[in-house]
Design a protein around this ligand. Sequence first.
Ligand SMILES: Nc1ncnc2c1ncn2[C@@H]1O[C@H](COP(=O)(O)OP(=O)(O)OP(=O)(O)O)[C@@H](O)[C@H]1O
Ligand SMILES: [Mg+2]
Length: 349
Amino acid sequence: MTEYNEVLHDEDDDFILDIDGLKVYFELRKRGFQHAGFVQAVDGVDLKLRRGETIAIVGESGCGKTSLMKTILRINTPTDGTITFDGEIINDLKSKKLKNLRRKIGFVQQDPYGALAPFMDVQTILEEPLKINGVKNRKDRIERVRQVLEEVRMTPVDDFLRKFPHQLSGGQQQRVVIARAMILSPILLVADEPVSMLDASVRVEILKLLRTLQEEHNLAVIYITHDLATVRYFSEYIYVMYAGQVIEKAPESQLINETAHPYSRALLAATSDPDPKNVDEFQDVPAGEPPSLVTPPAGCRFHPRCESIIQGTCDLERPPEFDLGNRHTVSCWLFQDRPIVRDFSKDLE
Ligand SMILES: Nc1ncnc2c1ncn2[C@@H]1O[C@H](COP(=O)(O)OP(=O)(O)OP(=O)(O)O)[C@@H](O)[C@H]1O
Ligand SMILES: [Mg+2]
């Protein structure tokens, strides 16, 4: 949409990723002859990422963050909408082109403990992607493994090459996972809850490492978290997701200081301590449960939990995206006096 571009982006922006109207639905198993429906895990998401930019996607458990990321990697297939990555529409990529896509995207997946094969040592784990991608010379592979271990600060490297995952601390295991994500020199790094399973004391170190790698390689990074406190240390731009949809987005300080959506405000109130060292666990707020993604509420999906609900509006129609200026938009009827940048009613057909 030109309108949308004009408000949020400059003409010469160089996007590495451009997601437009993405839907990712999972079909539920049929009960007898009856169609059981779909889980609408991602439902009409737009997202743009420049080369070298760091964004965060924030939202409660089950709001569709991992589903969205797995679709960018084409582990999931888009149901609708388009994903353009590095100049190419990737919706229908197959075999060789798919392998090429995954080479350009480093993925730090959600569960670091399940991410490393327990019977492989660090060197074997890190050599594997190189082998799969045609680095035939063993000396070349080992040289690259050593280089990337240096980069994730696992030094002296010789102390770690022959270690198995169980001989490493949680933080060291996560460094290996990050090393593996970096080994093929990706242009985009997706980090899905990279610190949520770690002790509070090592969270900051891992976040700093990701920041350093991002700067050294001019990487684009998508940082996924349910914890707004860690976002403040990391991302330039924040997307807040609720029940499969982006409900607010803004540059980091703008989102923190001028929080607009009632859901974002509640999420922010839950993370009262800005220092990730002191944030032990995510408090489950706001009150109430996120809705079913099989039969989501009509209108704004947050309306059943919202204290500022406008009856007869919020419960009937999905709010468009309203422009608040400074690259800040919100999908909430409380801001209906602002200009519309994206009208979702046209997506319904
Ligand atoms: N392969 C699948 N088949 C069916 N449903 C799925 C599948 N993957 C995810 N879902 C459902 O999609 C919804 C979104 O899940 P997703 O894992 O994307 O959320 P999330 O935001 O990453 O949550 P968390 O913070 O807990 O990791 C959930 O209801 C989940 O059960
Ligand atoms: Mg997830």
